[in-house]
Design a protein around this ligand. Structure first.
Ligand code: FAD
Length: 288
Protein backbone atom coordinates (compact mmCIF):
# COMPACT_ATOMS: atom_id res chain seq x y z
CA UNK A 1 0.00 0.00 0.00
CA UNK A 2 1.49 3.36 -0.84
CA UNK A 3 1.90 5.95 1.88
CA UNK A 4 -0.38 8.56 0.30
CA UNK A 5 -3.34 6.16 0.39
CA UNK A 6 -3.25 5.94 4.21
CA UNK A 7 -2.58 9.64 4.86
CA UNK A 8 -5.40 11.34 6.74
CA UNK A 9 -7.24 13.93 4.64
CA UNK A 10 -7.52 17.44 6.06
CA UNK A 11 -8.84 20.85 5.10
CA UNK A 12 -9.66 24.19 6.69
CA UNK A 13 -11.77 27.27 6.10
CA UNK A 14 -11.34 30.82 7.37
CA UNK A 15 -14.51 32.50 8.57
CA UNK A 16 -15.47 36.15 8.15
CA UNK A 17 -17.75 36.15 11.22
CA UNK A 18 -17.73 38.93 13.82
CA UNK A 19 -20.00 37.14 16.28
CA UNK A 20 -18.85 33.52 16.04
CA UNK A 21 -18.83 33.05 19.88
CA UNK A 22 -22.55 33.99 19.92
CA UNK A 23 -23.42 31.03 17.67
CA UNK A 24 -21.01 28.49 19.09
CA UNK A 25 -23.43 26.84 21.53
CA UNK A 26 -25.98 26.27 18.76
CA UNK A 27 -23.34 25.07 16.29
CA UNK A 28 -21.88 22.76 18.92
CA UNK A 29 -25.31 21.34 19.85
CA UNK A 30 -26.08 20.68 16.20
CA UNK A 31 -22.78 18.88 15.59
CA UNK A 32 -23.19 16.82 18.77
CA UNK A 33 -26.65 15.75 17.58
CA UNK A 34 -24.78 13.91 14.80
CA UNK A 35 -23.05 11.90 17.53
CA UNK A 36 -19.92 14.01 17.87
CA UNK A 37 -18.08 14.21 21.18
CA UNK A 38 -17.12 17.83 21.92
CA UNK A 39 -14.16 18.97 24.02
CA UNK A 40 -13.23 22.57 24.87
CA UNK A 41 -9.63 23.84 24.70
CA UNK A 42 -9.71 27.54 25.53
CA UNK A 43 -11.17 29.33 22.49
CA UNK A 44 -11.24 26.13 20.43
CA UNK A 45 -13.82 23.33 20.41
CA UNK A 46 -12.86 19.93 19.00
CA UNK A 47 -15.47 17.49 17.71
CA UNK A 48 -14.83 13.79 17.28
CA UNK A 49 -17.17 11.86 14.96
CA UNK A 50 -16.97 8.13 14.25
CA UNK A 51 -15.70 9.03 10.77
CA UNK A 52 -13.29 11.90 11.51
CA UNK A 53 -12.72 15.09 13.43
CA UNK A 54 -13.44 18.80 13.31
CA UNK A 55 -12.44 21.87 15.25
CA UNK A 56 -13.64 25.45 15.39
CA UNK A 57 -11.21 28.07 16.67
CA UNK A 58 -13.11 31.18 17.75
CA UNK A 59 -9.98 33.27 18.23
CA UNK A 60 -8.44 32.60 14.81
CA UNK A 61 -11.85 32.32 13.09
CA UNK A 62 -10.96 29.07 11.41
CA UNK A 63 -12.57 25.66 11.19
CA UNK A 64 -10.75 22.46 10.35
CA UNK A 65 -11.86 19.00 9.27
CA UNK A 66 -10.00 15.72 8.98
CA UNK A 67 -10.99 12.17 8.10
CA UNK A 68 -9.49 8.93 6.87
CA UNK A 69 -11.40 8.96 3.58
CA UNK A 70 -13.11 11.27 1.09
CA UNK A 71 -16.65 10.38 2.18
CA UNK A 72 -15.82 11.22 5.79
CA UNK A 73 -14.13 14.51 4.92
CA UNK A 74 -16.95 15.58 2.60
CA UNK A 75 -19.49 14.73 5.32
CA UNK A 76 -17.68 16.77 7.98
CA UNK A 77 -17.26 19.75 5.63
CA UNK A 78 -20.97 19.58 4.88
CA UNK A 79 -21.94 19.36 8.58
CA UNK A 80 -19.69 22.31 9.52
CA UNK A 81 -20.69 24.51 6.60
CA UNK A 82 -24.41 23.77 7.10
CA UNK A 83 -24.19 24.59 10.82
CA UNK A 84 -22.46 27.91 10.10
CA UNK A 85 -24.95 28.78 7.34
CA UNK A 86 -27.91 27.98 9.60
CA UNK A 87 -26.84 29.89 12.71
CA UNK A 88 -24.73 32.74 11.26
CA UNK A 89 -27.12 33.47 8.38
CA UNK A 90 -27.40 37.17 9.39
CA UNK A 91 -23.68 37.68 8.79
CA UNK A 92 -23.87 36.16 5.31
CA UNK A 93 -20.89 33.88 6.00
CA UNK A 94 -18.34 33.29 3.29
CA UNK A 95 -16.73 29.86 3.60
CA UNK A 96 -13.85 28.87 1.33
CA UNK A 97 -12.18 25.54 2.03
CA UNK A 98 -8.51 24.94 1.32
CA UNK A 99 -6.66 21.63 1.52
CA UNK A 100 -7.86 18.17 0.50
CA UNK A 101 -10.94 18.02 -1.76
CA UNK A 102 -10.88 21.78 -2.36
CA UNK A 103 -11.53 22.57 -6.01
CA UNK A 104 -13.65 19.41 -6.44
CA UNK A 105 -17.02 19.96 -8.06
CA UNK A 106 -18.55 16.50 -7.83
CA UNK A 107 -20.91 16.26 -4.87
CA UNK A 108 -19.94 13.29 -2.66
CA UNK A 109 -23.50 12.79 -1.39
CA UNK A 110 -25.12 12.75 -4.84
CA UNK A 111 -25.86 9.73 -7.06
CA UNK A 112 -27.83 9.42 -10.27
CA UNK A 113 -29.98 6.29 -9.97
CA UNK A 114 -31.95 4.22 -12.48
CA UNK A 115 -35.31 2.55 -11.82
CA UNK A 116 -34.88 -1.23 -12.14
CA UNK A 117 -38.00 -2.64 -10.49
CA UNK A 118 -41.48 -1.47 -9.48
CA UNK A 119 -43.78 -3.42 -7.19
CA UNK A 120 -47.04 -2.52 -5.46
CA UNK A 121 -46.96 -3.73 -1.84
CA UNK A 122 -50.47 -2.50 -1.05
CA UNK A 123 -53.03 -0.35 -2.91
CA UNK A 124 -51.19 2.81 -1.78
CA UNK A 125 -47.60 1.71 -1.18
CA UNK A 126 -45.31 1.24 -4.17
CA UNK A 127 -41.76 -0.12 -3.81
CA UNK A 128 -39.30 1.21 -6.37
CA UNK A 129 -35.85 -0.29 -6.74
CA UNK A 130 -33.08 2.09 -7.78
CA UNK A 131 -29.67 1.03 -9.02
CA UNK A 132 -26.54 3.16 -8.81
CA UNK A 133 -22.81 3.05 -8.34
CA UNK A 134 -20.73 3.14 -5.19
CA UNK A 135 -23.54 3.28 -2.61
CA UNK A 136 -21.42 2.53 0.47
CA UNK A 137 -21.79 6.05 1.88
CA UNK A 138 -25.56 5.45 2.23
CA UNK A 139 -24.80 2.91 4.97
CA UNK A 140 -22.50 5.34 6.80
CA UNK A 141 -23.08 8.23 9.18
CA UNK A 142 -26.25 6.77 10.76
CA UNK A 143 -28.72 8.57 8.48
CA UNK A 144 -31.49 6.32 7.10
CA UNK A 145 -33.11 8.73 4.62
CA UNK A 146 -32.31 10.32 1.27
CA UNK A 147 -33.30 13.52 -0.47
CA UNK A 148 -34.77 12.46 -3.80
CA UNK A 149 -34.40 14.89 -6.70
CA UNK A 150 -37.31 14.54 -9.11
CA UNK A 151 -37.92 15.78 -12.62
CA UNK A 152 -41.35 17.44 -12.92
CA UNK A 153 -43.68 18.48 -15.72
CA UNK A 154 -42.21 22.01 -15.54
CA UNK A 155 -38.59 20.75 -15.35
CA UNK A 156 -38.57 17.43 -17.21
CA UNK A 157 -34.79 17.41 -17.72
CA UNK A 158 -33.21 18.78 -14.53
CA UNK A 159 -29.54 19.49 -13.95
CA UNK A 160 -28.04 17.92 -10.83
CA UNK A 161 -26.34 19.97 -8.09
CA UNK A 162 -22.55 20.24 -7.89
CA UNK A 163 -20.17 20.93 -5.00
CA UNK A 164 -19.46 24.57 -4.19
CA UNK A 165 -16.23 25.97 -2.75
CA UNK A 166 -18.01 26.30 0.62
CA UNK A 167 -18.56 22.52 0.83
CA UNK A 168 -22.31 22.81 0.16
CA UNK A 169 -24.39 21.95 -2.94
CA UNK A 170 -24.74 24.55 -5.69
CA UNK A 171 -28.12 24.26 -7.42
CA UNK A 172 -28.93 25.10 -11.03
CA UNK A 173 -31.27 27.99 -11.90
CA UNK A 174 -34.98 27.39 -11.23
CA UNK A 175 -35.77 26.43 -14.84
CA UNK A 176 -33.44 23.37 -14.52
CA UNK A 177 -33.70 22.71 -10.78
CA UNK A 178 -35.12 19.32 -9.68
CA UNK A 179 -37.73 19.19 -6.92
CA UNK A 180 -36.48 17.59 -3.68
CA UNK A 181 -38.45 15.40 -1.25
CA UNK A 182 -37.19 13.26 1.65
CA UNK A 183 -37.70 9.48 1.50
CA UNK A 184 -36.45 6.57 3.59
CA UNK A 185 -33.94 4.01 2.39
CA UNK A 186 -36.20 1.02 3.02
CA UNK A 187 -33.41 -1.39 2.08
CA UNK A 188 -29.85 -1.05 0.81
CA UNK A 189 -27.69 -3.69 -0.88
CA UNK A 190 -24.25 -2.21 -1.45
CA UNK A 191 -22.91 -5.32 -3.21
CA UNK A 192 -25.67 -5.25 -5.81
CA UNK A 193 -25.76 -1.44 -5.88
CA UNK A 194 -29.48 -1.13 -5.14
CA UNK A 195 -31.72 0.93 -2.88
CA UNK A 196 -35.42 0.22 -2.29
CA UNK A 197 -37.75 3.13 -1.55
CA UNK A 198 -41.43 2.72 -0.56
CA UNK A 199 -43.65 5.52 -1.85
CA UNK A 200 -47.07 6.38 -0.48
CA UNK A 201 -48.99 6.95 -3.72
CA UNK A 202 -52.28 8.72 -4.25
CA UNK A 203 -54.04 10.74 -6.92
CA UNK A 204 -53.33 14.45 -7.13
CA UNK A 205 -50.44 16.72 -8.02
CA UNK A 206 -47.94 15.76 -5.27
CA UNK A 207 -44.48 15.61 -6.83
CA UNK A 208 -43.12 12.49 -5.10
CA UNK A 209 -46.31 10.50 -5.38
CA UNK A 210 -46.85 11.56 -9.03
CA UNK A 211 -43.30 10.53 -9.94
CA UNK A 212 -43.72 7.12 -8.30
CA UNK A 213 -47.07 6.54 -10.03
CA UNK A 214 -45.68 7.12 -13.50
CA UNK A 215 -42.23 5.59 -12.81
CA UNK A 216 -40.99 3.22 -15.48
CA UNK A 217 -37.98 0.93 -15.82
CA UNK A 218 -34.89 2.84 -16.94
CA UNK A 219 -36.07 6.21 -15.65
CA UNK A 220 -33.42 8.35 -13.94
CA UNK A 221 -33.70 10.14 -10.61
CA UNK A 222 -31.19 11.89 -8.34
CA UNK A 223 -30.58 11.06 -4.69
CA UNK A 224 -28.55 12.85 -2.01
CA UNK A 225 -27.65 11.48 1.35
CA UNK A 226 -27.72 9.88 3.70
CA UNK A 227 -29.98 12.38 5.47
CA UNK A 228 -30.97 12.38 9.15
CA UNK A 229 -29.41 11.83 12.52
CA UNK A 230 -28.43 8.45 13.95
CA UNK A 231 -31.20 6.69 15.89
CA UNK A 232 -30.51 6.98 19.62
CA UNK A 233 -29.76 3.65 21.25
CA UNK A 234 -32.32 2.55 23.84
CA UNK A 235 -33.65 -0.65 25.38
CA UNK A 236 -37.29 0.42 25.14
CA UNK A 237 -38.84 2.44 22.30
CA UNK A 238 -42.23 4.00 21.62
CA UNK A 239 -42.51 4.37 17.84
CA UNK A 240 -45.35 6.00 15.94
CA UNK A 241 -45.85 6.58 12.22
CA UNK A 242 -48.41 7.34 9.57
CA UNK A 243 -48.03 5.67 6.18
CA UNK A 244 -45.19 7.99 5.11
CA UNK A 245 -43.26 7.03 8.28
CA UNK A 246 -43.97 3.32 7.88
CA UNK A 247 -40.86 2.65 5.72
CA UNK A 248 -38.60 4.03 8.47
CA UNK A 249 -40.47 2.25 11.24
CA UNK A 250 -40.39 -1.04 9.33
CA UNK A 251 -36.66 -0.72 8.72
CA UNK A 252 -36.08 -0.11 12.43
CA UNK A 253 -38.11 -3.19 13.37
CA UNK A 254 -36.00 -5.23 10.96
CA UNK A 255 -32.63 -3.90 12.06
CA UNK A 256 -32.68 -2.92 15.76
CA UNK A 257 -31.05 -5.47 18.11
CA UNK A 258 -33.23 -8.52 18.86
CA UNK A 259 -33.36 -7.73 22.59
CA UNK A 260 -34.95 -4.27 21.96
CA UNK A 261 -38.39 -3.89 23.53
CA UNK A 262 -41.21 -1.37 23.17
CA UNK A 263 -44.40 -0.59 21.25
CA UNK A 264 -44.93 0.68 17.71
CA UNK A 265 -48.12 2.21 16.29
CA UNK A 266 -48.76 2.63 12.57
CA UNK A 267 -51.78 4.55 11.33
CA UNK A 268 -53.09 3.20 8.02
CA UNK A 269 -56.07 4.12 5.83
CA UNK A 270 -57.56 0.62 6.06
CA UNK A 271 -56.61 -3.02 6.51
CA UNK A 272 -55.47 -3.35 2.90
CA UNK A 273 -52.50 -1.12 3.81
CA UNK A 274 -51.09 -3.64 6.29
CA UNK A 275 -47.73 -5.05 5.26
CA UNK A 276 -45.70 -8.08 6.24
CA UNK A 277 -42.77 -6.80 8.31
CA UNK A 278 -39.98 -9.12 9.44
CA UNK A 279 -39.94 -7.70 12.97
CA UNK A 280 -36.65 -8.92 14.44
CA UNK A 281 -37.17 -7.19 17.80
CA UNK A 282 -39.34 -7.59 20.86
CA UNK A 283 -41.22 -4.38 19.92
CA UNK A 284 -44.98 -5.00 19.70
CA UNK A 285 -46.45 -3.70 16.44
CA UNK A 286 -50.01 -2.29 16.42
CA UNK A 287 -51.86 -1.25 13.25
CA UNK A 288 -54.36 1.57 13.83
C1 FAD B 1 -37.39 11.79 7.29
C2 FAD B 1 -38.55 11.55 6.35
C3 FAD B 1 -38.66 10.33 5.71
C4 FAD B 1 -39.73 10.10 4.84
N1 FAD B 1 -39.83 8.89 4.21
C5 FAD B 1 -40.87 8.66 3.37
C6 FAD B 1 -41.00 7.40 2.68
O1 FAD B 1 -40.14 6.52 2.79
N2 FAD B 1 -42.09 7.22 1.88
C7 FAD B 1 -43.05 8.20 1.72
O2 FAD B 1 -44.02 7.98 0.98
N3 FAD B 1 -42.93 9.41 2.33
C8 FAD B 1 -41.87 9.65 3.14
N4 FAD B 1 -41.75 10.85 3.77
C9 FAD B 1 -42.77 11.86 3.56
C10 FAD B 1 -42.52 12.65 2.28
O3 FAD B 1 -41.27 13.30 2.30
C11 FAD B 1 -43.61 13.72 2.19
O4 FAD B 1 -44.85 13.12 2.27
C12 FAD B 1 -43.50 14.51 0.94
O5 FAD B 1 -44.26 15.68 1.12
C13 FAD B 1 -44.02 13.75 -0.26
O6 FAD B 1 -43.91 14.58 -1.35
P1 FAD B 1 -45.10 14.77 -2.35
O7 FAD B 1 -44.60 15.71 -3.39
O8 FAD B 1 -45.59 13.43 -2.81
O9 FAD B 1 -46.25 15.37 -1.45
P2 FAD B 1 -46.61 16.91 -1.20
O10 FAD B 1 -47.15 17.56 -2.43
O11 FAD B 1 -45.46 17.54 -0.53
O12 FAD B 1 -47.85 16.70 -0.20
C14 FAD B 1 -47.72 16.72 1.24
C15 FAD B 1 -48.34 15.50 1.85
O13 FAD B 1 -49.73 15.39 1.55
C16 FAD B 1 -50.03 14.11 1.06
N5 FAD B 1 -51.11 14.21 0.07
C17 FAD B 1 -51.24 15.18 -0.86
N6 FAD B 1 -52.34 14.93 -1.62
C18 FAD B 1 -52.90 13.80 -1.12
C19 FAD B 1 -54.04 13.02 -1.46
N7 FAD B 1 -54.84 13.35 -2.48
N8 FAD B 1 -54.29 11.91 -0.74
C20 FAD B 1 -53.50 11.54 0.28
N9 FAD B 1 -52.40 12.23 0.66
C21 FAD B 1 -52.11 13.34 -0.03
C22 FAD B 1 -48.73 13.64 0.42
O14 FAD B 1 -48.62 12.22 0.35
C23 FAD B 1 -47.72 14.19 1.37
O15 FAD B 1 -47.58 13.34 2.49
C24 FAD B 1 -40.70 11.11 4.62
C25 FAD B 1 -40.56 12.34 5.27
C26 FAD B 1 -39.50 12.56 6.12
C27 FAD B 1 -39.37 13.91 6.79
Amino acid sequence: MNEASVRELACEARLNLQRLPDYMDSISDRLQSFEADASHHGQRIDFRFAFGGASIDMQRLVMRANAADRDGLARIKDLLATAVQVYARDENPEIVWTGDLSGETSLAQFREMVVTDIRDLTPHMRRIRLAGENLSRFAKFGGMHIRMLFPTREVPDPLWPVLGGNGLPVWPADDRRPVARVYTIRALDMEKGIIDVDFLVHSGESVGSAWAMQADLGMKVGIMGPVGRPVRQAEWYVLGADETGLPALARLLETLPAETKGVAFVEIADNKERQEIANATGIELHWL
